[in-house]
Unconditional design. Structure first.
Length: 90
């Protein structure tokens, strides 16, 4: 007895999943500019890379998510350099 359908039975499921990952990477990268950038930045980069590898139709959103993930890490690096600590506050 099989509880879930194989992925090959759903046409376009792989592309739809990749599109969702591209959107998720964009949103996580955007939120990461403000909070939890040490976790959300790398997550946005990985999701964007996987969605591009899987052939997303939303390439622009994936590239924006990747750029925002890199920007998250750069913001974290700037605040760490200013405060000389890993945790930063305003």
């Amino acid at each position: 007895m099989q509880l879930t359908a194989p992925a090959t039975d759903r046409p376009g499921a792989r592309t739809r999943d990749a599109d969702g990952m591209a959107v998720a990477s964009f949103i996580l990268g955007l939120i990461g500019l403000l909070v939890f950038n040490v976790f959300l930045g790398p997550t946005a980069i990985v999701l964007a890379a996987v969605s591009l590898w899987r052939g997303t139709r939303r390439k622009g959103r994936a590239y924006l998510g990747m750029g925002l993930g890199v920007a998250d890490l750069l913001v974290l690096l700037a605040f760490v350099q200013m405060d000389n600590t890993l945790s930063w506050s305003f």
